[in-house]
Write a protein that binds this ligand. Structure first.
Ligand SMILES: [Ca+2]
Ligand SMILES: [Ca+2]
Ligand SMILES: [Ca+2]
Length: 189
């Protein structure tokens, strides 16, 4: 069973991935996120970079679907997503979860550590929020909380802890809860 806090965070994550807000996560959401990244980074439609990113997100979708939904599914609604997340991520096997955390952390670094110095700086973190259309006004607080040693950059270890806590932690105080910005409408103010 998911705790109330876990369910709220996982629902927030669902909403982040449901880019076109139609109540389903599907391939078109992943493509739209890639298109938005290309706009952000100035890659014009039809160029090699553009096609590379679109294809990368298409394979992200395929992986997500295969891991989370089963290959025959084309989309997931919130209930399906919460069921899968409960069974496979929150209360699933630790090995599977560790791989998931590692992969998501690597993906975020691959995509947003633009200067490839092994850290996510504040500007790169804002790009991450913009790419997923997370409210940018919450990015400074998220960044500050995820940067646990306060050296103004997020290391791979800090992000790994954040990702790990985002999906599993049941503590309201956990900094990792803030990975994708505000997860609970009550915290908006
Ligand atoms: Ca959608
Ligand atoms: Ca960097
Ligand atoms: Ca740091």
């Amino acid at each position: 069973m998911l705790t109330d806090l876990q369910a709220k965070k996982l629902t927030h994550y669902f909403n982040v991935l449901d880019y076109n807000n139609n109540g389903l996560i599907q391939e078109s959401d992943f493509i739209a996120i890639a298109e938005n990244l290309c706009v952000l980074w100035g890659f014009k439609e039809g160029t090699d970079d553009y096609l590379m990113w679109i294809n990368r997100f298409k394979s992200q979708w395929t992986e997500f679907r295969d891991y989370m939904l089963g290959t025959e599914e084309n989309s997931a609604d919130p209930e399906q997503w919460l069921r899968f997340a409960d069974k496979k991520l929150v209360n699933g096997e630790d090995n599977f979860y560790s791989l998931f955390v590692e992969k998501l952390t690597e993906d975020i670094f691959d995509l947003f550590d633009q200067d490839q110095n092994g850290y996510i700086e504040q500007k790169e973190f804002i790009d991450f929020f913009m790419a997923f259309r997370i409210e940018v006004r919450h990015s400074a607080k998220s960044f500050m909380l995820l940067d646990t040693n306060r050296d103004d950059r997020i290391s791979k270890d800090e992000l790994t802890s954040g990702v790990r806590a985002f999906f599993r932690s049941s503590s309201e105080e956990d900094p990792g809860n803030w990975l994708f910005g505000v997860w609970d409408k009550e915290l908006q103010r």
